[in-house]
Write a protein that binds this ligand. Structure first.
Ligand code: SF4
Length: 493
């Protein structure tokens, strides 16, 4: 049977569908505590939503699976207004929509999600439907239409903000999406059906989703063995699919006469411009070089100031809370002067979040001549969000103006990604800092792990866990300092 969770997996990684169906379960990694927490939070949110619904509904969630489908069909025939936890199927399609709601055009499906209903929403822009949600809703809608229980392709999400977000599946997800959600569903269904019949083959690739996937260790071995193109930073699954048969490995790309694939600003490879292809080629060449050393492609000036601040925040996405603003402060380039300063929310309340933000804001005003280093947009984006939440601390314009000062340096976007070639498989701070000899004190340093620690701390109040979070954040800040020093060394060598 093709299920909604298969389509969800497909939207993250087609190979995940293959491995879930046919992979050797003995080579799966254990489910990560973060994923476990994600499931628990999702379940708790759903239970809470249903508990506070305030309208009558038929609850089939606890009915044994064998009877659930029959009872769902019967409830729809009887015209139940709202069905929770039903089960529907038609030929090889099986769905378990959280909600089935009666309308003038038959039943429409809905899901309860502990995330935002739209992606990319900001102050200025309304977000667009999420592909992974749309694929699941389309499967339910397809089953309902085939059964004659629905006349429309309408569906909806009840999201974490308490909003009902309408997903009209006949529409495109966004102005730049060439197909409607329904067409995307039909394509996905065809491929997933092909995978389930072993008529479609998939390959693993090194992508962001691997970090939380139980097949990570297995796939990583395969990817390294195959010398797969996704070992090159930013070369993901869709870009890989456009490469010609003679360039299927990092070695082949490194050996290729790349200019023969380039004409002006375009290339013979769909979706990849001339400069991007040259960058991928340069990364491939460096990866294959013994004892490779990263280098600059453009001049970079990383001036020193008497006081330097290396800045990193920690957030809890489940509580939508920024609870730690950490700084490593160094004076006159002297590492012995290093000091870790953290502004923290000691409780998960808006008051504590605001107080921590206010202290961190004051701190960077106090050191108004200091250069402030951070890694990627996350700190800036989070501070803008905090300013919208607590405008009496700072306005959003204040935050934008602060980060536009030349003394605020995004080491990732301003330097590493745009003006350098590294031999690493990723440009995240961890592989880069490790490649130049820095070691985190924690045995499992990762953003996902820190979210789980924070949750454990909230639930237990265990000081040891809190200290682990502080130590992890301090090491993230210090890794940035090590990286900045290495960049200066490379710059002058
Ligand atoms: S580890 Fe990565 S490539 Fe393998 S199935 Fe998971 S997401 Fe896909």
């Amino acid at each position: 049977m093709i299920t909604a969770s298969m389509l969800y997996s497909f939207s993250c990684c087609p190979h995940r569908v293959t491995l879930d169906l046919f992979g050797d379960p003995t080579v799966r990694d254990p489910i990560s505590p973060f994923v476990q927490l994600f499931w628990e939070r999702g379940h708790a949110f759903e239970v809470d939503t249903i508990k506070n619904l305030g309208v009558p509904f038929l609850n089939l969630r606890d009915v044994p699976l064998a009877e659930r489908e029959e009872l769902t069909s019967r409830a729809m025939v009887q015209g139940e207004e709202l069905i929770y936890g039903g089960r529907i199927s038609h030929s090889n399609l099986l769905g378990e929509p959280d909600l089935l709601r009666k309308t003038d055009d038959g039943y429409i499906p809905g899901d309860i999600k502990s995330g935002a209903g739209l992606e990319g929403t900001s102050e200025e822009v309304t977000g667009k439907p999420k592909k992974q949600y749309a694929l699941q809703l389309a499967l339910y809608s397809d089953i309902l239409q085939r059964k004659g229980s629905a006349l429309t392709r309408d569906s909806f999400i009840w999201d974490i903000h308490g909003q009902e977000v309408v997903y009209n599946l006949s529409e495109r997800r966004g102005p730049r999406t060439p197909h409607t959600m329904w067409e995307e569903y039909e394509d996905a269904l065809e491929t997933v059906t092909g995978i389930s019949k072993k008529a479609v083959e998939t390959q693993p690739g090194l992508i962001g989703e691997c970090k939380l996937c139980p097949w990570q260790s297995h796939c990583r071995r395969e990817i390294l063995r195959a010398d797969d193109l996704t070992l090159i930073t930013s070369l993901g699954l869709s870009k890989r699919s456009g490469f010609p048969p003679e360039i299927r490995t990092v070695q082949a790309l490194a050996d290729a006469d790349i200019e023969t694939y380039i004409q002006g600003k375009k290339t013979a490879i769909p979706g990849i411009g001339a400069n991007t292809l040259r960058t991928f080629h340069a990364r491939a060449v460096l990866q294959k070089m013994p004892n490779a050393i990263p280098y600059f492609t453009d001049p970079v000036d990383l001036p020193r100031s008497p006081i330097e601040l290396f800045f990193d925040i920690e957030t809890d996405p489940f509580r939508d809370l920024c609870y730690l603003h950490g700084f490593v402060k160094r004076e006159h380039g002297n590492n012995d002067s290093e000091e870790f300063i953290a502004f923290t929310a000691d409780e998960t309340t808006p008051e504590q979040e605001k107080a921590a933000f206010a202290q961190a804001w004051e701190f960077v005003q106090e050191y108004s001549d200091a250069f402030v280093y951070y890694y990627s947009h996350y700190e800036r984006t989070t501070w803008k969000k905090l300013a919208r939440r607590y405008p009496d601390v700072a306005s959003e314009d204040d935050v934008i103006a602060l980060y536009e000062q030349p003394r605020f340096v995004d080491l990732y976007n301003d330097v590493v990604r745009s003006k350098m070639i590294w031999p690493t498989h990723s440009l995240s701070i961890k592989p880069l800092a490790k490649s130049i000899g820095f070691q985190w004190r924690d045995t499992d340093p990762s953003g996902a792990a820190s979210v789980q620690w924070f949750n454990d701390w909230v639930e237990s109040g265990n000081v040891t866990i809190w200290n682990r979070i502080l130590q992890y954040n301090e090491d993230d800040c210090r890794a940035m300092r090590i990286l900045a020093d290495e960049l200066r060394r490379l710059e002058s060598s």
